[in-house]
Write a protein that binds this ligand. Structure first.
Ligand code: HMG
Length: 391
């Protein structure tokens, strides 16, 4: 069924960290056969934040080019989606709003439901835009994925932020209705407030993800969604890129399709370039898959893309988008490639040191060493307040 009025993603930009750890370094340290990382989970490298980077600095770096290209006149709402929140009360979006010098006449809020949060933000943004097509919404998805050292999850860490400008008559992707929805109370992955690293039941999380794919798709069909054949590409949440292949195979199976591995490789392969080398960026991951598809695939004008968003715990949503003819002129391919290639490789020892960094638990004043060469930095903690600066 057609959307009430065209609305969707007008601009998309991502940012990641200062440092990168190649999986070869992790494998050399823990004795894992590298094929398990490169092929088994489909990961090559993981973004590692510097001491002075966090979800705010990455979110601001992702959003700054959007604000400079479009201005702020029409942006009346900023929705910041994250599951690696830095404060229990204040939205990370308020810091970004300030760093970007946005007008006071703006509503700003933070949303959470594991990796699904950015899709909730996108859907809420579409609702606001359809209510008043003159308004635009800045959606920011920013996360640092952190598991315990020497745990199976360690190889799936990563960090990145995606910023999307949502508006009427979008230049990149029109988002359609209906959506297929699925919620189930499962404990596959969670992070209690007293922990910095996530707890996860790895195999259970994969099963829960696949069940959610099936559930969201079933509802999508019941709501009158398109048939599977009408999609030209599929973007899945990618905690590790192999998961997208598992999910797509599962969907085809559920729909009674014959499994053609070469076809799956083509459909999914064009969405994994960024996530393979960034790692899990939680809320941002699905939209990094979209960025890779738009930046790397051939001409997608008028083509339909299926999106499957999953957040542990769990909530999933399936929805469709159509790529707008002429979208290529609005891409940020060169900047995206630069965000990946500018990262400085760290060795295993340095990574381990960065992994262990945290602010003193009593909140004592704590300046952070200048490490990032990015446009924004967290200069430290003073009087229990995080202090940021723009270069
Ligand atoms: P593990 O126990 O380290 O690995 O856990 P494994 O033994 O399951 O092996 C992984 C794959 O590598 C297997 O392939 C092996 O066969 C293969 P599969 O059977 O799955 O197709 N393999 C090899 N392949 C080639 N050459 C070799 C080789 N050796 C083995 N030499 C696991 C892996 C993903 C579970 C772990 O990394 C983990 O716990 N990760 C974190 C949880 C996670 O990412 N779950 C994904 C679904 S949940 C989700 O997406 C939500 C999430 O993003 C959070 C949120 O929503 O907020 C996580």
């Amino acid at each position: 069924s057609a959307s009430p009025s065209p609305a969707g993603i007008h601009d998309l930009s991502f940012a990641t960290t200062e440092f990168v750890l190649p999986h070869t370094a992790l494998a050399a340290y823990n004795g894992t056969e590298i094929g398990k990382y490169h092929v088994g989970i489909g990961q090559q490298a993981m973004s590692v934040p510097a001491a002075d980077e966090d979800i705010v600095t990455m979110g601001a770096a992702a959003a700054a080019p959007i604000v400079s290209r479009h201005g702020t006149d029409r942006i009346r709402t900023v929705v910041f989606a994250t599951e690696s929140s830095i404060d229990q009360a204040k939205s990370a979006g308020v810091y970004v709003h300030s760093l970007l010098g946005m007008p006071s006449a703006t509503r700003v809020v933070e949303l959470k439901q594991a990796c699904y949060g950015a899709t909730a933000a996108l859907q809420f943004a579409l609702g606001l835009v359809r209510r008043d097509p003159a308004q635009q919404v800045l959606v920011i998805a920013s996360d640092v994925s952190k598991y315990d050292l020497d745990s199976p999850g360690e190889a799936t860490q990563g960090a990145a932020a995606v910023a999307m400008l949502v508006g009427a008559e979008p230049a990149l992707v029109r988002i359609e209705e209906p959506s297929g929805l699925f919620t189930a109370d499962v404990m596959d992955f969670w992070r209690p407030n007293y922990r910095e690293t996530a707890l996860v039941d790895g195999q259970e999380s994969i099963t829960a993800y696949l069940q959610a794919v099936q559930g969201a798709w079933k509802d999508y069909q019941e709501q009158g969604g398109r048939g599977l054949e009408s999609f030209d590409a599929f973007c899945y949440h990618q905690p590790f890129t192999k998961m997208a292949y598992k999910a797509h195979r599962h969907l085809l199976n559920c729909c009674g399709h014959v499994i053609d591995e070469a076809q799956i490789a083509r459909a999914i392969g064009q969405t994994t370039a960024y996530n393979r080398v960034v790692g899990n960026s939680y809320t941002a991951s699905l939209y990094l898959a979209l960025a890779a598809l738009l930046d790397d695939a051939g001409d997608l004008s008028g083509r339909s893309v299926g999106f499957l968003s999953y957040g542990s715990g769990s909530v999933a949503e399936f929805f469709a988008g159509t790529v707008v003819p002429g979208y290529q002129a609005h891409l940020r391919t060169a900047a995206h490639r630069q965000a990946i290639s500018r990262r400085q490789p760290v060795d295993y020892a340095r990574y381990r040191e960065l992994h262990g960094l945290s602010f003193p638990p009593d909140g004592a004043d704590h300046p952070t060493p200048p490490q990032t060469t990015g446009p924004f930095r967290l200069s430290g903690l003073r009087d229990h307040k995080r202090v940021y600066e723009r270069r």
